[in-house]
Design a protein around this ligand. Structure first.
Ligand code: NDP
Length: 292
């Protein structure tokens, strides 16, 4: 069997076009554009690229995208002050503080200071709690939302399916597991202490890999016909001083067993920013409605 490729790049383009049209309708109705404020502290090169891309993408769909760049030695108090200012600013619908923050900054304290209604990353404990209790109002973390949209593309019934999520981070593993549960899958969350991980993975009709270990999940860990969503983004040497990106799944092996699989790059990655834009629009719409 050769698996069908779940093309995240194409799906993300469709989603962005849809968000752009809905933003135009929002502007026509409310007389203002949704605002996304991205905060970058320090000079981490990857974070610089990610934040610039987020600002650019938000502008492309007609939002007010603003990037706040602060020096690496910014104090926690100054960062909290900026977050409080953005929380109080009615024109700001989404606040995203790029992680990781410089060493010594208490990330949880900063993230907890973001108004949950503007928490477009969905990392605030209030949003995690809303998701866990199955409330519609939750702002759901972007990468897990992207995984679910790719599963929709695979058109497999999730109700009753056996799903295995490898990884239990607050950013990916746990929220993906919650979303799969919401769709009535029978969910197992595996992690570094899981015994006989290959056997656990082999039970999965749907396998989500969010580990951060290049090609750890081998082809013979995949149940024939399973759908594989590879969240991992790992940079590895590619010879002659070059590097390349690979996922957490050994793609060439896995595609011979799976029925559908996401490539890396071009799978889950592009969905993350598209879902961030959708979350920002959702936050703007929810903020302009009275709370239930
Ligand atoms: P974390 O490092 O926060 O979590 C990794 C998880 O994998 C942990 O739960 C850990 O278990 C588990 N794990 C580590 N080693 C093993 C092992 N040998 N066997 C089983 N489980 C293991 O990573 P993230 O969740 O933030 O990210 C995961 C991957 O997804 C990374 O490659 C990251 O780059 C990528 N990513 C991609 C995004 C995208 O846009 N496509 C966005 C976010 C992340 P334990 O809890 O026991 O330590």
């Amino acid at each position: 069997m050769t698996a069908r490729l779940l093309d995240g790049k194409k799906l993300a383009e469709t989603l962005r076009a849809d968000v752009k049209a809905r933003v135009a309708a929002f502007v026509a109705e409310r007389g203002r554009a949704p605002g996304l404020d991205v905060v970058l502290v320090g000079e981490d090169p990857a974070s610089q690229v990610y934040t610039r891309n987020k600002e650019k993408a938000s502008k492309e769909v007609g939002m007010n995208g603003r990037l706040h760049v602060l020096p690496a030695d910014t104090s926690e108090a100054a960062l909290l002050e900026l977050v409080a200012k953005l929380d109080a600013d009615d024109a700001v619908d989404g606040i995203l503080v790029q992680l990781p923050l410089p060493k010594g900054t208490n990330e949880a304290r900063i993230l907890d200071a973001i108004d949950p209604a503007k928490d477009v990353d969905g990392f605030h404990p209030v949003n995690a709690g809303l998701l866990a209790s199955g409330r519609d109002r939750a702002l759901v973390p972007c990468t897990p939302r992207g995984c679910m949209k790719l599963l929709e593309l695979a058109e497999i019934p999730l109700a009753g399916a056996r799903a295995v999520v490898v990884g239990r981070s607050n950013i990916v593993g746990k929220p993906v597991a919650q979303l799969l549960l919401r769709e009535h899958a029978t969910v197992t969350v595996a992690h570094s202490r899981t015994k006989d991980l290959p056997a656990v993975c082999r039970e999965a009709d749907v396998l989500v890999a969010a580990v951060g270990r290049p090609e750890m999940i081998r082809g013979d860990w995949i149940k024939p016909g399973a759908v594989v969503i590879d969240v991992g983004i790992n940079r590895v040497p590619a010879g002659e001083g070059k590097t390349k990106l690979v996922g957490d799944v050994a793609f060439e092996e896995a595609k011979e067993r799976a029925s559908a699989i996401t490539p890396v790059p071009g799978g889950v990655g592009p969905m993350t920013i598209a879902c961030l834009l959708e979350n920002t629009l959702l936050a703007a719409i929810q903020r302009s409605r009275p709370r239930p």
